[in-house]
Design a protein around this ligand. Structure first.
Ligand code: NDP
Length: 286
């Protein structure tokens, strides 16, 4: 198996090492040559220019800083007949632009969204995986190679969908850590509360809450937002006041939780009080 990797930052280096360790022949290029030289010592072939690296192999993987750097690096290369897999993080719109740009140069294109940090790459059972979308033919042909550094999850032929899945999961994580940060701010430094012990309570509580995500999905899919009486939106909004008042009493800014609480209050004001909070996505998507 042979491939080219352009971009040897923390992630590109980890990916390349995983392919080398699996016995693949990897041609590499990096703007700062020292990073490529390090990998030459581990068996990689170093190309002098991006054009030379692209010419070396049909499968070309880019893992650069951002959309602009991908276009910069590939601009002077001949992509005709190449299979371009871009693992650079970007928006769905940027991925679709890149797919069109690549097609205009005679290349097939797949976009990837990496759900891992570099130390997880190439480590069996680390949970690392990459979302892929775009050319199904490219993916079918190279799936075994692509699955070497991390699991490969195909999410369809819209080249923007890998990035959309990636960014949606990051959004979920951001909200989770906003809540976690708020919770620690409330209790840390409080007499007789041990922050480490509190963390265990918080982890258990969040784990108990997470299955509600599936129930939310069911309600969103069916459009049936009928709530069980114990936890409808009106009840939650009433309880939310306690959360803001407690934060203020503790000298903690409620800024991390108020956007969600305000949206819930708007849902009640618009007549959704008897329904489940899952309905709030309709207010967001307007
Ligand atoms: P790094 O900052 O470590 O590396 C960036 C890479 O891009 C380097 O190879 C750098 O070259 C190159 N680069 C930047 N600008 C240019 C340019 N104008 N022209 C040519 N090359 C350029 O980033 P990572 O390796 O960590 O990340 C790479 C991609 O992977 C990003 O899109 C990131 O979002 C994504 N990713 C990273 C994760 C992580 O935890 N690190 C997790 C998931 C995704 P040089 O060495 O010369 O500076």
């Amino acid at each position: 198996m042979t491939l080219t990797v352009l971009g040897l930052g923390a992630m590109g280096t980890a990916l390349t090492r995983a392919w080398l360790a699996a016995g693949h022949h990897v041609t590499v290029w990096n703007r700062t040559p020292a990073r490529a030289e390090r990998l030459a010592a581990e068996g990689a072939t170093v190309a002098a220019t991006p054009a030379e690296a692209v010419a070396a192999n049909r499968l070309v993987v880019t893992c650069l800083l951002d959309h602009a750097s991908v276009v910069d690096v590939l601009d002077g290369t001949d992509l005709a007949g190449r299979d371009l897999v871009d693992l650079t993080t970007g928006t769905p719109a940027q991925a679709r632009d890149r797919a069109e740009w690549a097609a205009g140069r005679g290349a097939r294109y797949v976009d990837g969204g990496i759900m891992a940090v570099p130390p997880m790459i190439g480590v069996p059972d680390s949970g690392a995986y990459v979302f892929y979308s775009g050319s199904v033919d490219l993916f079918a042909e190279h799936e075994r190679t692509l699955a070497v550094p991390a699991g490969a999850k195909w999410v369809g032929d819209d080249p923007g969908h890998a990035a959309l899945h990636d960014v949606a999961l990051l959004g979920g994580m951001t909200g989770l850590f906003a809540g976690v940060t708020h919770a620690f701010a409330l209790v840390h430094g409080e007499k007789d509360i041990d922050t480490g012990e509190f963390a265990t309570l918080l982890v258990d509580w969040l784990a108990a809450c997470l299955p509600f995500t599936q129930r939310m999905a069911q309600r969103i899919v069916t459009g049936d937002y009928t709530s069980d009486v114990t936890s409808n939106l009106a009840m939650q909004v009433t309880a939310n006041r306690t959360m803001v008042d407690t934060a203020v009493d503790q000298g903690v800014r409620p800024d991390l939780i108020t956007p969600y609480l305000d949206l819930s209050a708007r849902g009640v004001a618009e007549g959704q009080g008897a329904e489940d909070g899952a309905r709030l996505i309709e207010l967001l998507r307007r």
